[in-house]
Design a protein around this ligand. Structure first.
Ligand code: FAD
Length: 375
């Protein structure tokens, strides 16, 4: 069997590995002229770590830091909700691993070999009884038995399948940065800090680096003129080491994104074509599950395309197995974002007080639906 994968992000590259493992002939077409070297940290939860381990993607997750994430603090440093990453590892049989996006991409690229063609932007696809044909913006084309649209939240493959499906802005934007920073200086303040209409997260990376992220309510498409000045205004009075962390981050290392998600679709499949990752179920980052769900998609796709000789039936099975959970993640993550971004002082006080009453064990159990082993 031959497969075309559109998009060389985490989704496209993990899918290439999953299909190659099952002796499927794969070619990846990526619109960027070269391998992307952007991005910040990615938290990979046990569901994704298990899938990567089973795919043999050890190079992609080697050297990553396994450490504390998951607790929630108030802006002054008091703890609202405690979650020890070791509890999650014991409960779900794999650790939480935080990687730099560039490092996981490099690891995956090294494993799949030279199957990625850069500078290839898909314009449309056509299919008939014999196969699927991808037509590229440069006038060239490629044919295969199946085409996987792993081309992200603004997917061109999805636009042809369902032109009405559009991402929806969720009312807040996010900043991210990676910075060298002594882990000892963070003390017990790993995890997230929630304020009024704003949040800040600190996550450990390998080699005494940190990944931080920040969110704030603001209108869509309104990046501040000066990111560091805006971050200082929002977080300058928050607990240590947040102000120091911001000062240690060079201006050029700050990334900024509007945060949106894709309202759940009724189908991910059109004959020999299937959507995967953000193209199918882009979610807000509140559960750290966007890439994790994408990696699970790749794993399941590898299984179904191997077990079934008819690719059309295989893609239907892929959708049936993956869609319900991915949909639940999008909706749950959106709700967590709304709670985390509350601005009203009374509601914020009630939120914080309520969260303090939830026992740690129950906090861990809230992850069952997404972290438990399903394959
Ligand atoms: C602020 C933030 C924090 C996040 N944190 C986490 C986290 O901690 N953990 C986690 O699991 N997830 C996280 N995510 C989500 C995660 O980044 C995404 O879910 C994941 O990257 C999706 O991978 P993908 O391959 O589907 O899409 P993408 O990474 O967007 O890749 C799509 C690729 O397709 C290419 N492409 C697009 N159009 C075309 C075309 N027409 N032709 C050819 N190629 C095309 C693009 O250039 C790109 O390389 C976060 C997201 C954000 C915004």
């Amino acid at each position: 069997m031959k497969a075309i994968i559109i998009g060389g992000g985490v989704g496209g590259l993990t899918t290439a590995l999953a299909l190659q493992n099952n002796n499927i002939d794969v070619t990846v077409y990526e619109q960027s002229p070269t391998a992307r070297a952007d991005g910040a940290g990615l938290a990979l939860w046990p569901n994704a770590v298990r899938a990567l381990q089973q795919l043999g993607a050890h190079a992609a997750i080697t050297g990553s830091y396994t450490g504390g994430v998951g607790s929630i603090h108030r802006w002054d440093g008091t703890t609202i909700s405690a979650l020890d990453a070791r509890t999650i590892e014991q409960r779900y049989g794999a650790p939480i691993i935080v990687v730099h996006r560039e490092e996981i991409m490099r690891g995956l690229l090294a494993q799949i070999g030279g199957v990625v063609h850069y500078g290839k932007r898909i314009a449309s696809y056509q299919q008939d009884a014999d196969g699927i044909h991808a037509l590229f913006a440069d006038g060239t084309s490629a044919s295969a038995d199946v085409l996987i649209g792993a081309d992200g939240i603004r997917s061109a493959v999805r636009a042809q399948m369902n032109a009405d499906a559009q991402p929806v802005y969720q009312g807040y934007a996010a900043w991210r940065g990676v910075v060298p920073f002594a882990h000892a200086q963070v003390g017990s303040m790993w995890g997230e800090t929630w304020g009024r209409g704003a949040r800040f997260g600190i996550v450990p990376l390998s080699s005494e680096r940190l990944y931080w992220f920040a969110t704030a309510n603001r209108p869509a498409h309104t990046p501040p003129a000066n990111h560091k000045a805006e971050l200082r205004r929002l977080f300058g009075a928050w607990h240590a080491p947040i102000p120091a962390l911001l000062e240690a981050t060079p201006d050029a290392a700050v990334l900024y994104n509007d945060i949106g998600d894709l309202p759940p679709l009724s189908t991910w499949v059109d004959g020999r074509v299937a959507l995967l990752g953000d193209a199918a179920h882009a979610t807000t980052p509140n559960m750290g599950q966007g890439a994790c769900q994408t990696i699970e998609d790749a794993f399941v796709l590898g299984q179904v395309l191997t077990r079934r000789s008819d690719p059309i039936q295989a893609l239907k099975e892929y959708q049936a197995r993956r869609m319900p959970l991915a949909r639940q993640v999008v909706l749950r993550s959106r709700t967590i974002g709304r709670i985390g971004q509350l601005e009203n002082p009374l509601l914020v006080a009630l939120r914080d007080a309520f969260m303090r009453t939830i026992p740690d064990q129950l906090t861990a159990r809230q992850f069952d639906f997404v972290l438990r082993k399903t394959y």
